[in-house]
Design a binder for this molecule. Sequence first.
Ligand SMILES: O=P(O)(O)OC[C@H]1O[C@H](O[C@H]2O[C@H](CO)[C@@H](O)[C@H](O)[C@H]2O)[C@H](O)[C@@H](O)[C@@H]1O
Ligand SMILES: [Mg+2]
Length: 254
Amino acid sequence: MMQTEILPPVDHAAWALFLDIDGTLLDLASTPGDVVVPKDLLTLLDALTRRFGGALALVSGRSLDSIDSLFPGNRDAVGCHGAEWRLGGQTFIPQPPWPDGLLAGIEAARRRLPGVMLERKSVSLALHFRAAPEQEAAVWDVAEAAVATDPRRFDLLEGKSVIEIIPAGVGKGSAIERFMQVRPYAGRRPVFAGDDVTDESGFAAVNRMYGLSIHVGNSPTTKAQFRFPDPESLRHWLDGLNIALQGGNGHAQP
Ligand SMILES: O=P(O)(O)OC[C@H]1O[C@H](O[C@H]2O[C@H](CO)[C@@H](O)[C@H](O)[C@H]2O)[C@H](O)[C@@H](O)[C@@H]1O
Ligand SMILES: [Mg+2]
C-alpha cells in the first residue's frame, strides 16, 4: 500500500538517488521551454551529489542537451527515456532511429494540427498537445502511423499531454539497472522519484532492487511505494535530506 511522506531514513553511504525532471523536480509548464528551475535547486543537487558520493542521476524523457541546459554541470543523466545517457563524464548517444522521410512525414502531419508542437530530440520525437487537447486523437493517429512503418524499431510512449516515438526496448527501468551495475552506484540501494506513467518501469526496477520508489502526484495505480503530492514537497524533502546529512549522522528523516 502506498504511504505518504513516511519514508525510511536515507543513508548517504548506502543509497543512490535517481530523479525525474518534469513534474518531479520541476513544476509542469505550458511548453517544455517554459519550465523554471527554482533558485537554489542546482546548489541543492550539487550538495546531494557530493554527499551521496556521486551517486545521483537525473532520469528524464528530455534529451541530454535539454537536461544540460536546465541543469548544467556535466551531471550523470539518462535522456530520452533511457535511449541516451551520461555516466562519470562518458556520454552514450545512439544514432536517431528514424529515416529522414519519416521525420518529414511527421512534421507535415503536425502542420495540419494547429496547436500541436513537435519536440525533436536526439533519439526520440515528442508530439505535444497541451495547448490543443482536442487534437489528442489526431496526435495518436500520427504517432501510431509512424510506429507502424517499422514496429521493430519504434515504441510509443504516452506522457502528460504528449505522445512520444522512442527507440524500441528503451525505458527508465533498464537505464536505472544499468547505472546500478557500475560505480559509484553499484552496491547501493536506489531511490527513484518520478511523476508519470513513463516512470513506472523505473519504480518496478527499484522495487525489485529493494529500493525506494516515490510517486509525485496522485496516480491511483502507481507501483511506487511512497508519494509526495507535488514537486514542491519533493524539493522540500530533498532539502531536508541535505540538511540532515549536513548534521553528520548520515540519516535523514522526511
Ligand atoms: O521524464 P521527464 O523528465 O518527466 O520528462 C518527460 C517529458 O517532459 C517534457 O514534457 C512535459 O513537460 C513540459 C514542461 O512542463 C510540458 O509542457 C509537457 O506537456 C509535458 O509532457 C519534455 O518536453 C519531454 O521531452 C519529456 O519527455
Ligand atoms: Mg516526469
